[in-house]
Ligand binder design. Structure first.
Ligand code: NAD
Length: 443
């Protein structure tokens, strides 16, 4: 099957590489010429476990192509996936500029029947907007060509994207057309052998399913963070509470880890966009608004704790920071808690010495070479001359530390653990002043 994918970011690249890997012929198209040139040479601009190998294998096999020639790309695939970004607009709504631009591009170049598959996360009603854009562009061309638009939201997680795409729990497809159903069955057939994961539904339901899924997950995070803050004030330990509630199968252990707030390219913008959709639909979503507010407050917790440890005087202090990415196994720093922390530290006159196994390059791209930021190659180099250590991301490499050595290397024995990686008792026994999330102000 011939498939075109617009957008070679996290979702487009993973989709393209995975579909090529099961034998489809895939053309990935992006407006970023430099990105296309690098990808054509097998140079993958993002870090995602296993992706580089998969791209190399399928480039070599001749099943995967990269281009910025939109006309060739529209000619190529019966299926035209849209996997471009849908960032937050100023009012929190999803900015559909890129999605509608792709719709217009497809309609400008198409010469025969095409199925347009919306994989970007888009608000309910977007498929209709795409349909109207394509119809209007075709009409302006004086062309009468059949097409369908369907919704196929993506549920992959960065850091485990290939695994999620290949072995995800479901493949949601919103369409009313039998022709589209059959074609999508064929497209996903290789991923649908063990059991039928395809869930066909109405287009609007498919669009809402994606937002409902992300809002539910974000709600779990904000819920446990709210409980953590409460635990801190009430003298309870949130980790004990987490075990206590997670054992109830109606609640479960998934996604109830207290921390320094959710980040990334999806939850923050999708929660805001859903709140905006609800408002526009005349049903202000109180719960969703609260999820967002709790998260915004949580992101400032790390700075508050560091500041408390130094009685509000951070001028001239050096803070070691472990983890820049918004979560482990990715280099993505979009809306990462580390950014809120670093920016607040700089504002307060502190210096940052940071280490991340994958996100240093991304950090430099965002902040450039600043005098008050040092990026170190090794974890423990951040500790040289540092007054405190803050852990922002739960990379595996941060889970084991020698507390005694840590205390000896830090100027002040202050550790702020934004991911509750350590035992407060062990930290205390080693003489550290240890702050964590929902486990008492310090021990
Ligand atoms: P991204 O920013 O990493 O990549 C988007 C790509 O689209 C960029 O390379 C950009 O150059 C390209 N692009 C923009 N306009 C284009 C055009 N007109 N033609 C061709 N290419 C164009 O975005 P992403 O993280 O891959 O997300 C894409 C969509 O998928 C978003 O709607 C997002 O919400 C959704 N999503 C993302 C994830 C995730 O974990 N990143 C998971 C599920 C869903």
């Amino acid at each position: 099957m011939k498939i075109t994918i617009f957008g070679s970011g996290y979702v487009g690249l993973v989709t393209g590489a995975c579909l090529a890997d099961v034998g489809h012929e895939v053309m990935c198209v992006d407006v970023d010429a430099d990105k296309v040139a690098r990808l054509s040479q097998g140079e993958v601009p993002i870090y995602e476990p296993g992706l580089e190998t998969l791209i190399h294998q399928n480039l070599d096999a001749g099943r995967l192509h990269f281009t910025n020639d939109a006309k060739a790309a529209v000619e190529f695939g019966l299926l035209q996936f849209i996997a471009v970004g849908t960032p937050s607009d100023e009012d929190g709504s999803a900015d559909l500029r890129h999605v509608l631009k792709v719709a217009e591009t497809i309609a400008t170049h198409m010469t025969e029947y095409r199925i347009i598959v919306d994989k970007s996360t888009v608000p309910v009603g977007t498929a209709s907007k795409v349909e109207r854009t394509v119809a209007a562009t075709l009409e302006a061309r004086g062309a009468a060509i059949e097409f369908d638009v369907c919704s196929n939201p993506e549920f992959l997680k960065e850091g485990a994207a290939i695994e999620d795409f290949s072995r995800g729990s479901r493949i949601v497809i919103g369409t009313e057309s039998e022709r589209v159903r059959q074609t999508m069955r064929e497209c996903y057939g290789p991923y649908n052998r063990q059991r039928d994961k395809l869930m066909f539904m109405g287009v609007r339901s498919a669009e809402l399913t994606k937002y409902a899924a992300n809002a539910m997950l974000a709600t779990k995070i904000s819920f446990i963070n709210e409980m953590a803050n409460l635990a801190e004030r009430l003298g309870a330990d949130i980790e004990e509470v987490r075990h206590g509630i997670g054992s109830d199968p109606r609640i479960g252990y998934h996604f109830i880890y207290p921390g320094c707030g959710y980040g990334g390219s999806c939850f923050p913008k999708d929660v805001k966009a859903l709140a905006h959709t609800a408002e526009a639909a005349g049903h202000p979503a109180h719960l969703i608004n609260a999820v967002e507010q709790v998260n915004a407050r949580q992101k400032s917790r790390l700075f508050e704790m560091v500041s408390d440890a130094f009685d509000g005087d951070l001028a001239g202090k050096t803070i070691a920071l472990w983890g820049l990415a918004f979560k482990p196994n990715t280099d993505d720093m979009r809306e990462a808690p580390s950014r809120a922390l670093m920016e607040a530290l700089w504002q307060a006159g502190a210096r940052v010495q940071a280490h991340d196994p994958e996100a240093a390059e991304e950090c430099l791209r965002i902040y450039g070479n600043r005098e008050d930021l040092d990026l170190t190659e090794h974890r423990d180099e951040t500790l040289e001359g540092a007054h405190a250590l803050v852990i922002c991301t739960e990379w595996k490499a941060f889970r084991t530390v020698d507390f005694v050595k840590l205390r000896e290397r830090l100027v002040e024995p202050v550790v702020v653990d934004g991911r509750n990686l350590f035992s407060p008792e062990s930290a205390r026994d080693a003489g550290l002043t240890y702050y964590a999330i929902g486990r008492g102000a310090s021990v």
